[in-house]
Design a protein around this ligand. Sequence first.
Ligand SMILES: NC(=O)c1ccc[n+]([C@@H]2O[C@H](COP(=O)([O-])OP(=O)(O)OC[C@H]3O[C@@H](n4cnc5c(N)ncnc54)[C@H](OP(=O)(O)O)[C@@H]3O)[C@@H](O)[C@H]2O)c1
Ligand SMILES: *[C@@H]1O[C@H](CO)[C@@H](O)[C@H](O)[C@H]1NC(C)=O
Length: 334
Amino acid sequence: MVSSSVMYAAVPISVLVAIGLIRKWRARNWAKCVSNTCLRGKTFLITGANSGIGLETAKALAKRKGRVIFACRDIGKAKEAIAKIRKEQPNGGEMIPMQLDLASFESIENFVEVMKAGFHKIDVLINNAGVVVPLKEDQKTKEGFEIHFGVNHLGHFYLTNLLMEHLKRATPSRIVVLSSTLHERGNIDFDDLNLRKQIEQAKKSGTSPRHNPGYSNSKLMNAYFARALASNLRNSGVDVNLCCPGFCATNLFRHSVKWYHYILMAPIMLFFMKTAKQGSETVVFLATDHTVEGKTGKFYRNCEEYLSKYPFDKDVETKLWNVSEELVKARKPL
Ligand SMILES: NC(=O)c1ccc[n+]([C@@H]2O[C@H](COP(=O)([O-])OP(=O)(O)OC[C@H]3O[C@@H](n4cnc5c(N)ncnc54)[C@H](OP(=O)(O)O)[C@@H]3O)[C@@H](O)[C@H]2O)c1
Ligand SMILES: *[C@@H]1O[C@H](CO)[C@@H](O)[C@H](O)[C@H]1NC(C)=O
Protein backbone atom coordinates (compact mmCIF):
# COMPACT_ATOMS: atom_id res chain seq x y z
CA MET A 1 0.00 0.00 0.00
CA VAL A 2 2.70 2.42 1.06
CA SER A 3 4.72 1.67 -2.03
CA SER A 4 1.80 2.38 -4.37
CA SER A 5 1.09 5.79 -2.83
CA VAL A 6 4.79 6.54 -3.10
CA MET A 7 4.47 5.59 -6.76
CA TYR A 8 1.55 7.99 -7.23
CA ALA A 9 3.57 10.80 -5.77
CA ALA A 10 6.74 9.84 -7.60
CA VAL A 11 5.26 10.20 -11.09
CA PRO A 12 4.21 13.86 -10.91
CA ILE A 13 7.29 14.74 -8.92
CA SER A 14 9.62 13.23 -11.49
CA VAL A 15 7.68 14.93 -14.29
CA LEU A 16 8.16 18.27 -12.53
CA VAL A 17 11.82 17.57 -11.92
CA ALA A 18 12.27 16.59 -15.58
CA ILE A 19 10.55 19.77 -16.76
CA GLY A 20 12.70 21.82 -14.42
CA LEU A 21 15.87 20.16 -15.72
CA ILE A 22 14.88 20.61 -19.36
CA ARG A 23 14.10 24.29 -18.74
CA LYS A 24 17.46 24.69 -17.04
CA TRP A 25 19.16 23.04 -19.99
CA ARG A 26 17.25 25.26 -22.44
CA ALA A 27 18.10 28.35 -20.41
CA ARG A 28 21.86 27.73 -20.69
CA ASN A 29 21.82 29.81 -23.91
CA TRP A 30 19.59 32.52 -22.47
CA ALA A 31 22.13 35.10 -21.49
CA LYS A 32 21.88 37.31 -18.44
CA CYS A 33 22.89 40.93 -18.22
CA VAL A 34 25.83 40.89 -15.83
CA SER A 35 26.13 44.67 -15.60
CA ASN A 36 25.10 45.87 -12.14
CA THR A 37 26.52 49.37 -11.87
CA CYS A 38 24.52 51.96 -9.97
CA LEU A 39 22.31 53.98 -12.32
CA ARG A 40 21.64 56.91 -10.01
CA GLY A 41 21.31 60.17 -11.95
CA LYS A 42 20.28 58.45 -15.19
CA THR A 43 16.83 58.85 -16.71
CA PHE A 44 15.28 55.96 -18.61
CA LEU A 45 12.09 56.26 -20.62
CA ILE A 46 10.30 52.99 -21.41
CA THR A 47 7.20 52.79 -23.61
CA GLY A 48 4.76 50.12 -22.43
CA ALA A 49 6.51 49.70 -19.07
CA ASN A 50 3.44 48.32 -17.31
CA SER A 51 3.56 44.82 -18.76
CA GLY A 52 5.80 41.97 -19.88
CA ILE A 53 9.33 42.77 -20.98
CA GLY A 54 8.94 46.51 -20.40
CA LEU A 55 7.85 45.92 -16.82
CA GLU A 56 10.77 43.61 -16.06
CA THR A 57 13.17 46.08 -17.67
CA ALA A 58 11.76 48.89 -15.52
CA LYS A 59 12.10 46.75 -12.42
CA ALA A 60 15.75 45.94 -13.13
CA LEU A 61 16.63 49.59 -13.82
CA ALA A 62 14.81 50.92 -10.76
CA LYS A 63 16.54 48.30 -8.63
CA ARG A 64 19.87 49.79 -9.70
CA LYS A 65 18.56 53.24 -8.68
CA GLY A 66 17.87 54.53 -12.17
CA ARG A 67 15.02 56.97 -12.61
CA VAL A 68 12.40 55.31 -14.80
CA ILE A 69 9.59 56.99 -16.70
CA PHE A 70 6.71 54.62 -17.36
CA ALA A 71 5.18 55.85 -20.65
CA CYS A 72 1.95 53.89 -20.71
CA ARG A 73 -1.31 53.87 -22.60
CA ASP A 74 -3.21 53.37 -19.35
CA ILE A 75 -1.94 55.61 -16.55
CA GLY A 76 -3.79 53.49 -13.98
CA LYS A 77 -1.84 50.41 -15.03
CA ALA A 78 1.40 52.39 -14.84
CA LYS A 79 0.63 53.50 -11.27
CA GLU A 80 -0.31 49.99 -10.29
CA ALA A 81 2.94 48.57 -11.70
CA ILE A 82 4.97 51.23 -9.90
CA ALA A 83 3.23 50.60 -6.57
CA LYS A 84 3.96 46.89 -6.89
CA ILE A 85 7.63 47.41 -7.69
CA ARG A 86 7.96 49.95 -4.89
CA LYS A 87 6.65 47.38 -2.44
CA GLU A 88 9.21 44.81 -3.58
CA GLN A 89 12.13 47.26 -3.55
CA PRO A 90 11.47 50.23 -1.31
CA ASN A 91 14.97 51.59 -1.91
CA GLY A 92 14.89 51.56 -5.70
CA GLY A 93 15.10 54.55 -8.03
CA GLU A 94 12.39 57.08 -8.73
CA MET A 95 9.52 55.80 -10.92
CA ILE A 96 7.22 58.19 -12.75
CA PRO A 97 3.94 57.24 -14.45
CA MET A 98 3.06 59.13 -17.62
CA GLN A 99 0.27 58.81 -20.16
CA LEU A 100 1.26 57.94 -23.73
CA ASP A 101 -0.93 56.34 -26.37
CA LEU A 102 1.21 55.53 -29.37
CA ALA A 103 -1.95 55.06 -31.42
CA SER A 104 -2.57 58.83 -31.36
CA PHE A 105 -0.28 61.58 -32.63
CA GLU A 106 -2.00 64.05 -30.32
CA SER A 107 -1.24 61.88 -27.31
CA ILE A 108 2.39 61.60 -28.41
CA GLU A 109 2.62 65.38 -28.73
CA ASN A 110 1.01 65.96 -25.34
CA PHE A 111 3.34 63.43 -23.78
CA VAL A 112 6.41 65.14 -25.23
CA GLU A 113 5.17 68.51 -24.02
CA VAL A 114 4.85 67.25 -20.45
CA MET A 115 8.23 65.49 -20.75
CA LYS A 116 9.92 68.70 -21.86
CA ALA A 117 8.38 70.67 -19.01
CA GLY A 118 9.44 68.14 -16.39
CA PHE A 119 12.76 66.71 -17.55
CA HIS A 120 15.91 68.19 -18.94
CA LYS A 121 17.38 65.06 -20.58
CA ILE A 122 16.85 61.41 -21.35
CA ASP A 123 19.80 59.05 -21.04
CA VAL A 124 18.14 55.99 -22.50
CA LEU A 125 14.96 55.71 -24.56
CA ILE A 126 13.56 52.19 -24.77
CA ASN A 127 11.03 51.71 -27.58
CA ASN A 128 9.34 48.67 -26.13
CA ALA A 129 5.57 48.97 -26.52
CA GLY A 130 4.01 46.75 -29.14
CA VAL A 131 0.78 45.11 -30.21
CA VAL A 132 -0.30 41.99 -32.03
CA VAL A 133 -3.88 42.04 -33.30
CA PRO A 134 -5.49 39.52 -35.72
CA LEU A 135 -5.79 41.12 -39.16
CA LYS A 136 -9.49 40.44 -39.51
CA GLU A 137 -10.20 42.83 -36.62
CA ASP A 138 -8.96 45.64 -38.85
CA GLN A 139 -7.86 47.80 -35.94
CA LYS A 140 -6.59 51.27 -36.71
CA THR A 141 -4.89 54.11 -34.90
CA LYS A 142 -6.66 57.37 -34.24
CA GLU A 143 -5.35 58.77 -37.53
CA GLY A 144 -6.46 55.67 -39.40
CA PHE A 145 -3.20 53.78 -39.81
CA GLU A 146 -3.18 49.99 -39.63
CA ILE A 147 -2.58 49.17 -35.95
CA HIS A 148 0.83 47.41 -36.22
CA PHE A 149 2.18 49.96 -38.67
CA GLY A 150 0.73 52.83 -36.64
CA VAL A 151 1.68 51.82 -33.09
CA ASN A 152 4.77 49.66 -33.46
CA HIS A 153 6.40 51.76 -36.17
CA LEU A 154 4.92 55.24 -36.82
CA GLY A 155 4.17 56.07 -33.18
CA HIS A 156 7.71 55.26 -32.10
CA PHE A 157 9.11 57.01 -35.18
CA TYR A 158 7.31 60.21 -34.23
CA LEU A 159 8.04 59.96 -30.51
CA THR A 160 11.75 59.31 -31.00
CA ASN A 161 12.17 62.24 -33.36
CA LEU A 162 10.37 64.58 -30.97
CA LEU A 163 12.63 63.49 -28.09
CA MET A 164 15.90 63.90 -29.98
CA GLU A 165 17.00 67.11 -28.24
CA HIS A 166 16.51 65.42 -24.89
CA LEU A 167 18.66 62.48 -25.94
CA LYS A 168 21.37 64.74 -27.35
CA ARG A 169 21.56 66.59 -24.04
CA ALA A 170 22.50 63.39 -22.23
CA THR A 171 25.29 62.08 -24.45
CA PRO A 172 26.61 59.44 -24.33
CA SER A 173 22.99 58.35 -24.54
CA ARG A 174 21.20 55.39 -26.04
CA ILE A 175 18.11 54.28 -27.88
CA VAL A 176 17.08 50.65 -27.57
CA VAL A 177 14.55 49.38 -30.08
CA LEU A 178 12.62 46.18 -29.46
CA SER A 179 12.29 44.31 -32.71
CA SER A 180 12.07 40.55 -33.15
CA THR A 181 13.78 37.92 -35.28
CA LEU A 182 10.38 37.78 -36.98
CA HIS A 183 11.53 40.90 -38.87
CA GLU A 184 13.21 38.41 -41.17
CA ARG A 185 9.75 37.34 -42.33
CA GLY A 186 8.59 40.92 -42.80
CA ASN A 187 8.02 42.72 -46.06
CA ILE A 188 7.59 46.40 -46.88
CA ASP A 189 5.13 47.15 -49.66
CA PHE A 190 5.09 50.91 -50.13
CA ASP A 191 1.93 50.61 -52.20
CA ASP A 192 0.04 49.06 -49.31
CA LEU A 193 1.65 50.03 -46.01
CA ASN A 194 -1.73 49.71 -44.28
CA LEU A 195 -2.24 46.15 -45.54
CA ARG A 196 -5.66 46.85 -47.05
CA LYS A 197 -5.45 43.86 -49.40
CA GLN A 198 -4.60 41.30 -46.75
CA ILE A 199 -7.04 42.77 -44.24
CA GLU A 200 -9.96 42.70 -46.69
CA GLN A 201 -9.08 39.11 -47.49
CA ALA A 202 -8.97 38.19 -43.80
CA LYS A 203 -12.31 39.92 -43.17
CA LYS A 204 -13.95 38.12 -46.08
CA SER A 205 -12.72 34.69 -45.07
CA GLY A 206 -13.27 35.38 -41.36
CA THR A 207 -9.85 33.94 -40.54
CA SER A 208 -6.54 35.66 -40.02
CA PRO A 209 -3.29 34.18 -41.24
CA ARG A 210 -1.56 32.36 -38.40
CA HIS A 211 1.60 34.21 -39.15
CA ASN A 212 0.59 37.87 -38.72
CA PRO A 213 2.19 39.89 -41.54
CA GLY A 214 1.17 43.20 -39.93
CA TYR A 215 3.28 42.37 -36.88
CA SER A 216 6.33 41.02 -38.76
CA ASN A 217 6.29 43.96 -41.15
CA SER A 218 6.23 46.39 -38.25
CA LYS A 219 9.17 44.62 -36.60
CA LEU A 220 11.06 44.94 -39.90
CA MET A 221 10.22 48.66 -39.95
CA ASN A 222 11.56 48.92 -36.39
CA ALA A 223 14.81 47.43 -37.68
CA TYR A 224 14.97 49.77 -40.68
CA PHE A 225 14.16 52.76 -38.48
CA ALA A 226 16.89 51.91 -35.95
CA ARG A 227 19.45 51.44 -38.71
CA ALA A 228 18.54 54.75 -40.34
CA LEU A 229 18.61 56.52 -37.01
CA ALA A 230 21.99 54.96 -36.16
CA SER A 231 23.50 56.24 -39.38
CA ASN A 232 21.93 59.70 -39.02
CA LEU A 233 23.26 59.90 -35.47
CA ARG A 234 26.73 58.48 -36.08
CA ASN A 235 29.32 60.40 -34.01
CA SER A 236 26.59 62.36 -32.23
CA GLY A 237 26.99 60.40 -28.99
CA VAL A 238 23.52 58.86 -29.30
CA ASP A 239 23.79 55.13 -29.99
CA VAL A 240 20.91 53.12 -31.39
CA ASN A 241 20.68 49.35 -31.16
CA LEU A 242 18.06 46.72 -31.82
CA CYS A 243 17.19 43.59 -30.00
CA CYS A 244 15.05 40.51 -30.05
CA PRO A 245 14.14 39.48 -26.50
CA GLY A 246 13.36 35.93 -27.61
CA PHE A 247 10.04 34.12 -27.46
CA CYS A 248 8.57 35.17 -24.10
CA ALA A 249 5.41 34.48 -22.14
CA THR A 250 3.85 37.96 -21.90
CA ASN A 251 0.51 39.63 -22.64
CA LEU A 252 1.52 40.23 -26.25
CA PHE A 253 -0.66 37.46 -27.61
CA ARG A 254 -3.76 38.43 -25.63
CA HIS A 255 -5.84 39.08 -28.79
CA SER A 256 -4.79 36.00 -30.65
CA VAL A 257 -4.59 33.31 -27.98
CA LYS A 258 -7.64 31.49 -26.63
CA TRP A 259 -7.67 29.65 -23.31
CA TYR A 260 -7.41 26.20 -24.93
CA HIS A 261 -4.30 27.29 -26.78
CA TYR A 262 -2.62 27.51 -23.40
CA ILE A 263 -3.28 23.80 -22.86
CA LEU A 264 -2.13 22.87 -26.35
CA MET A 265 0.82 25.18 -26.07
CA ALA A 266 1.85 24.18 -22.54
CA PRO A 267 4.72 21.90 -23.61
CA ILE A 268 6.04 24.52 -26.00
CA MET A 269 5.70 27.22 -23.37
CA LEU A 270 7.50 25.12 -20.80
CA PHE A 271 10.35 24.14 -23.07
CA PHE A 272 10.81 27.06 -25.40
CA MET A 273 9.41 30.22 -23.90
CA LYS A 274 11.36 32.57 -21.74
CA THR A 275 9.80 34.41 -18.85
CA ALA A 276 9.38 38.15 -19.34
CA LYS A 277 12.33 38.64 -16.98
CA GLN A 278 14.56 36.38 -19.05
CA GLY A 279 13.41 38.32 -22.11
CA SER A 280 14.34 41.65 -20.51
CA GLU A 281 18.01 40.71 -20.02
CA THR A 282 19.17 41.83 -23.47
CA VAL A 283 17.15 45.05 -23.15
CA VAL A 284 18.77 45.89 -19.81
CA PHE A 285 22.14 44.92 -21.28
CA LEU A 286 21.74 47.31 -24.22
CA ALA A 287 20.45 50.05 -21.93
CA THR A 288 23.26 49.85 -19.37
CA ASP A 289 26.26 47.67 -20.20
CA HIS A 290 29.48 49.64 -20.69
CA THR A 291 30.72 47.20 -23.37
CA VAL A 292 27.93 48.43 -25.67
CA GLU A 293 29.10 52.04 -25.49
CA GLY A 294 29.98 53.36 -28.95
CA LYS A 295 28.32 50.42 -30.69
CA THR A 296 25.46 51.50 -32.90
CA GLY A 297 23.18 50.15 -35.62
CA LYS A 298 23.57 46.58 -34.41
CA PHE A 299 21.08 43.82 -33.65
CA TYR A 300 21.39 41.88 -30.38
CA ARG A 301 19.96 38.68 -29.04
CA ASN A 302 20.91 36.92 -25.80
CA CYS A 303 23.22 39.81 -24.91
CA GLU A 304 25.36 39.33 -27.98
CA GLU A 305 25.39 40.59 -31.52
CA TYR A 306 23.08 38.79 -33.90
CA LEU A 307 23.55 38.83 -37.65
CA SER A 308 20.18 39.28 -39.27
CA LYS A 309 19.44 37.15 -42.31
CA TYR A 310 17.33 39.95 -43.77
CA PRO A 311 18.79 41.59 -46.88
CA PHE A 312 18.49 45.22 -45.76
CA ASP A 313 18.41 47.75 -48.58
CA LYS A 314 19.62 51.33 -48.11
CA ASP A 315 17.04 52.71 -50.56
CA VAL A 316 14.17 51.06 -48.72
CA GLU A 317 15.64 52.43 -45.48
CA THR A 318 15.62 56.04 -46.73
CA LYS A 319 12.29 55.65 -48.44
CA LEU A 320 10.65 54.32 -45.29
CA TRP A 321 12.07 57.28 -43.36
CA ASN A 322 10.83 59.75 -45.96
CA VAL A 323 7.39 58.20 -46.19
CA SER A 324 7.04 58.02 -42.40
CA GLU A 325 7.93 61.70 -42.14
CA GLU A 326 5.34 62.54 -44.77
CA LEU A 327 2.63 60.48 -43.08
CA VAL A 328 3.28 62.09 -39.71
CA LYS A 329 2.96 65.48 -41.37
CA ALA A 330 -0.19 64.53 -43.26
CA ARG A 331 -1.72 62.96 -40.10
CA LYS A 332 -3.60 60.44 -42.23
CA PRO A 333 -2.85 57.59 -44.64
CA LEU A 334 -2.20 59.10 -48.06
N1 LIG B 1 6.84 38.34 -26.13
C1 LIG B 1 7.58 37.93 -27.13
O1 LIG B 1 7.71 36.74 -27.39
C2 LIG B 1 8.31 38.93 -27.99
C3 LIG B 1 9.19 38.44 -28.98
C4 LIG B 1 9.87 39.36 -29.77
C5 LIG B 1 9.69 40.73 -29.58
N2 LIG B 1 8.82 41.18 -28.62
C6 LIG B 1 8.64 42.63 -28.48
O2 LIG B 1 8.77 43.00 -27.13
C7 LIG B 1 8.04 44.21 -26.90
C8 LIG B 1 7.25 44.11 -25.58
O3 LIG B 1 6.25 43.16 -25.72
P1 LIG B 1 5.75 42.19 -24.55
O4 LIG B 1 5.99 40.81 -25.04
O5 LIG B 1 6.31 42.59 -23.25
O6 LIG B 1 4.16 42.43 -24.64
P2 LIG B 1 3.07 42.98 -23.59
O7 LIG B 1 3.19 42.28 -22.28
O8 LIG B 1 1.79 42.89 -24.33
O9 LIG B 1 3.49 44.49 -23.41
C9 LIG B 1 3.28 45.42 -24.44
C10 LIG B 1 3.20 46.81 -23.87
O10 LIG B 1 2.92 47.73 -24.94
C11 LIG B 1 1.87 48.58 -24.54
N3 LIG B 1 1.12 49.16 -25.64
C12 LIG B 1 0.34 48.54 -26.54
N4 LIG B 1 -0.27 49.43 -27.34
C13 LIG B 1 0.13 50.65 -26.94
C14 LIG B 1 -0.16 51.98 -27.34
N5 LIG B 1 -1.01 52.23 -28.34
N6 LIG B 1 0.42 53.00 -26.69
C15 LIG B 1 1.26 52.77 -25.67
N7 LIG B 1 1.57 51.55 -25.23
C16 LIG B 1 1.02 50.49 -25.85
C17 LIG B 1 1.00 47.70 -23.67
O11 LIG B 1 0.10 48.49 -22.90
P3 LIG B 1 -1.27 47.85 -22.28
O12 LIG B 1 -0.85 46.93 -21.20
O13 LIG B 1 -2.04 49.04 -21.81
O14 LIG B 1 -1.93 47.14 -23.42
C18 LIG B 1 2.05 46.99 -22.85
O15 LIG B 1 2.49 47.80 -21.81
C19 LIG B 1 7.17 44.44 -28.14
O16 LIG B 1 7.74 45.45 -28.92
C20 LIG B 1 7.26 43.11 -28.87
O17 LIG B 1 7.14 43.25 -30.27
C21 LIG B 1 8.14 40.30 -27.82
C1 LIG C 1 14.32 60.99 -49.26
O1 LIG C 1 14.21 62.39 -49.08
C2 LIG C 1 15.40 63.11 -49.40
C3 LIG C 1 15.22 64.55 -48.95
O2 LIG C 1 13.98 65.04 -49.29
C4 LIG C 1 15.68 62.95 -50.89
O3 LIG C 1 16.85 63.65 -51.25
C5 LIG C 1 15.87 61.47 -51.20
O4 LIG C 1 16.02 61.28 -52.61
C6 LIG C 1 14.68 60.65 -50.70
N1 LIG C 1 15.04 59.24 -50.84
C7 LIG C 1 14.19 58.28 -51.18
C8 LIG C 1 14.75 56.91 -51.39
O5 LIG C 1 13.00 58.46 -51.25
